[in-house]
Design a protein around this ligand. Structure first.
Ligand code: KG4
Ligand code: ZN
Length: 338
């Protein structure tokens, strides 16, 4: 074992909820000793989105190697681990099952505690790896599968303020990018092309805007509005102004995410606002939220891009809090799709 890791709580995190096979070792819930991510993006690209069956098979092929690399890079062996933490939902159930079964097998063979981590809560925890978060805080988790606003009283006391009624923010990015033929994943592609577009070129709808104490989101109407605009332009034989559409769509998503997050922060007197999930990598979202919160004297934190998208360091970090509270899972642990 590396001398620095001696006497520390060492958690192995395993993440296979979607299209990243990831394993990481985190010491004392904060210090990342390794963070291995094997992305499947290239395998799903040609289908324009994640194919669940392919995701499960790829996790099976890759996971053992990823776990071994995480331990080797951390300079530790299996025997040095304090516990095994694994994402057990929400996510693609076949994909989750791969990670859950590896974690259960390791916990049984090594006689180590098993910890079950909620995927949304692990995204929140990515911030604890890199920032000295002050509570109370409000966290916006926006990813391909979730859009949730959370009120955090401490690392372990959380209340859900609101969530999406239909599509997640990242899902909307991916679908709009698909109709604009920008490739998969759509978020980074729209983020990039939007820089050259006019965000006021099209006025797309902003659901639930201007409603106090409403922390719900809805993105399916926005997605349909973009698709309808595109079809109208095509039918009239006009050149598709992709950058303008991307910028106007992104502005609508960012406006609503910023408005709701700011409202939540104000109503809960939050000291800190956290961003988490893949969409937290969006540059316009970060900029706009920063501008708005600075005006209100609230600190904004977000993880670096590699900790915004799916990774296992955040799973180990969230798992550490559960481990400290003796909240262990049994070997009957199952994967949960929602
Ligand atoms: O957290 P994540 O890796 O996986 C889920 O838990 O879903 O998030 C992936 C999502 C995808 O929808 C992707 O398009 C989006 O995050 N995303 C972005 C950006 N980078 C990733 N969305 C907007 N702007 C970005 N820069
Ligand atoms: Zn995620």
């Amino acid at each position: 074992m590396v001398p620095a890791a001696k006497d520390k709580t060492l958690i192995l995190g395993i993440e296979t909820s979607c299209d990243e096979t990831a394993a990481a070792v985190v010491a004392d819930g904060r210090e990342m000793l390794s963070n291995i991510i094997a992305s499947q993006i290239e395998d799903h690209k040609k289908f324009g989105g994640v194919v669940p069956e392919i995701a499960s098979r790829k996790h099976l092929e890759t996971a053992n190697d990823v776990v071994e690399r995480a331990l080797t890079e951390a300079g530790i062996g299996f025997a040095d681990l304090s516990a095994i933490a694994v994402t057990n939902g929400p996510g693609l159930v076949g994909a989750l099952l791969v990670g859950v079964n590896i974690a259960k097998t390791l916990a049984y063979a090594l006689q180590k505690p098993l910890v079950a981590v909620n995927h949304v809560m692990s995204h929140v925890a990515a911030n604890y790896l890199v920032h000295p978060v002050q509570f109370p805080a409000v966290c916006l988790v926006a990813s391909g599968g979730h859009t949730s606003l959370l009120y955090l009283l401490s690392r372990s006391e959380t209340q859900l303020l609101g969530t999406t009624r239909d599509d997640a923010a990242g899902e909307a990015f991916d679908k709009v990018a698909r109709v604009l033929e920008l490739g998969y994943p759509g978020g980074p592609a729209i983020d990039k092309i939007a820089v050259d577009g006019n965000p006021d070129a099209f006025k797309f709808p902003r659901a639930f805007s201007g409603q106090d104490q409403n922390f719900e989101f809805s993105f399916s109407g926005l997605k349909s509005a973009v698709i309808n605009t595109l079809h109208n332009l095509e039918q009239r034989g006009e050149v598709i102004p992709k950058a303008d559409i991307a910028a106007s769509f992104q502005a609508a998503v960012v406006d609503i995410l910023v408005e709701k997050t700011r409202l939540a922060a104000e109503s809960k007197a939050a000291k800190t606002v956290l961003l988490a999930g893949g969409v937290a990598a969006n540059r316009q979202l970060r900029l706009s939220l920063q501008e708005n919160l600075t005006r209100d004297g609230i600190v904004l934190y977000y993880p670096p891009p590699e900790l915004c998208t799916d990774n296992a360091a955040m799973v180990a970090c969230a798992g550490y809090d559960l481990y400290k509270r003796n909240e262990f899972a049994g070997l009957d642990l199952n994967a949960l799709s929602i």
